[in-house]
Design a protein around this ligand. Structure first.
Ligand code: NIG
Ligand code: FE
Length: 400
């Protein structure tokens, strides 16, 4: 047993943050057995190890539930083009956008991709992120999708973060490579999915449903195949237009519908009924200079859990700060501080189908972040770097 004492312990719900002073957390192996005021701590086992928390604020390690952080190269040229007036859609239509990252990712070795991916994952780690979702989707062929998911696995081994791997099967379509569109859909939803699943590389399956990407019928074909294999699904939904993405995600009981700027009230209601989490990606909204706000009030009214993620990717969110995403979720989307903190802890865990983390209570994993700040609001307030002071994952201190 280990006991972390002399901490200020944070608990939150979407409506409030509560800090318990003079608190302690005890765990055995990786699992919390007690969290609360030190005065309530059950008699410790003989020989247990005591760790002094130096009166730091203890929060659950943060969870980034939507990233594309494995990729080759960058797309700074497109950023410049967008500043010059080109739209994301214009750039995609001329073979740039996601296809540019596909080309740059295909030519890199697994080792090169691990090196840059680990660097980005470590930047998140420095902000207290203990769990990261990483999507494939810059391969669009089996060899590269396999390479990306193997790289994602390797990143978790090197950083000690939990990595959840999502096969982003339908991200972009190349008519040049697949003159018959159905051939690509059939491959991505059939033999590639089966091979990646058989190799143990897939925790969830994702698609991009949009006018510039894939239709509801195409996504349905993929999701039916995923469900037949017992894999959970997620969806890039309603990012650029109201395309019925939230409804489709809900119909399949998706873990999450992500972006959701254009989601309708009916879509939000369907998500609530299905238990689908809304993953907000304000850094992408900001980078694309979008103006359509996600229906936050509808999500609140229907009780849709809201998560927040960095969407780290080379096109719409070249960002390795989950705290910046929290800040923008508040300033741009109107979330409160407790909502933002739930969005990167408990709700982010649910968006990944994880029920063993996101709160510092008995029974959960001892994934604990320690911060030298006075109030929980500071986690969201500071713009720029605020490092976590100590990070314990599965009860073990990790190197930052
Ligand atoms: O989450 N919307 C689609 N996918 C990514 C962007 C990918 C890219 O442009 O490379 C996103 O924003
Ligand atoms: Fe994305």
């Amino acid at each position: 047993m280990k006991i972390l004492h002399n901490i200020r312990l944070l608990h939150m719900t979407p409506s409030k943050c509560v800090v318990t002073e003079r608190a302690a957390i005890a765990w055995v192996d990786a699992k919390i057995t007690f969290a609360g005021p030190k005065s309530d701590l059950p008699k410790p086992l003989p020989g247990c190890e005591w760790i002094d928390g130096e009166n730091m604020l203890a929060t659950p390690a943060l969870i980034d539930c939507h990233t594309h952080l494995v990729f080759g190269g960058n797309r700074a040229d497109e950023f410049a083009a967008r500043l010059g007036g080109a739209s994301y859609q214009d750039i995609a239509a001329t073979g740039g956008g996601i296809m540019s990252s596909v080309r740059q990712t295909r030519v890199q070795s697994e080792q090169q991709l691990v090196a840059s991916g680990v660097q980005r994952a470590r930047q998140l780690l420095a902000e207290g992120v203990g769990t990261i979702e990483i999507k494939s989707g810059y391969g669009l062929d089996l060899a590269t999708e396999t390479k990306m998911l193997r790289v994602a696995t390797q990143i978790g081994v090197q950083t000690q973060q939990t990595v959840r791997r999502t096969y982003l099967a339908l991200h972009a379509y190349s008519a040049f490579e697949y003159p018959v569109r159905a051939d690509f859909i059939n491959n991505a939803s059939g033999p590639w999915l089966q091979a990646l699943h058989a190799a143990g590389l897939v925790d969830a399956v994702d698609a991009f449903q949009e006018t510039i990407a894939f239709t509801a019928d195409e996504v349905t074909q993929l999701f039916e195949a995923a469900k037949a294999l017992g894999l959970p699904v997620k969806l890039h939904a309603d990012q650029l237009s109201a395309s019925g993405g939230a409804d489709l995600a809900a119909r399949f009981g998706a873990l999450s519908a992500d972006h959701v700027e254009h989601t309708t009230r009916a879509g939000a209601e369907a998500m609530a009924a299905a238990g689908t989490v809304a993953v907000l990606l304000p850094t992408a909204f900001y980078c694309l200079r979008d103006t359509k706000l996600p229906p936050i009030d509808d999500f609140r009214e229907f009780g849709v859990p809201m998560a927040i993620a960095s969407d780290c990717n080379p096109g719409t969110s070249p960002c390795t700060s989950l705290r910046l995403a929290m800040h923008q979720a508040c300033t741009l989307f109107g979330l409160s501080i407790p909502e933002a903190l739930c969005g990167t802890t408990i709700h982010a865990a649910r968006a990944l189908g994880l029920h063993d983390r996101g709160e510092l209570i008995a029974g959960q994993r001892a994934d604990i972040a320690l911060w030298t700040i006075d109030s929980p609001a500071e986690l969201v307030y500071w713009l720029g770097h605020l490092s976590v002071r100590k990070l314990l994952l599965g009860g073990k201190q990790v190197l930052l």
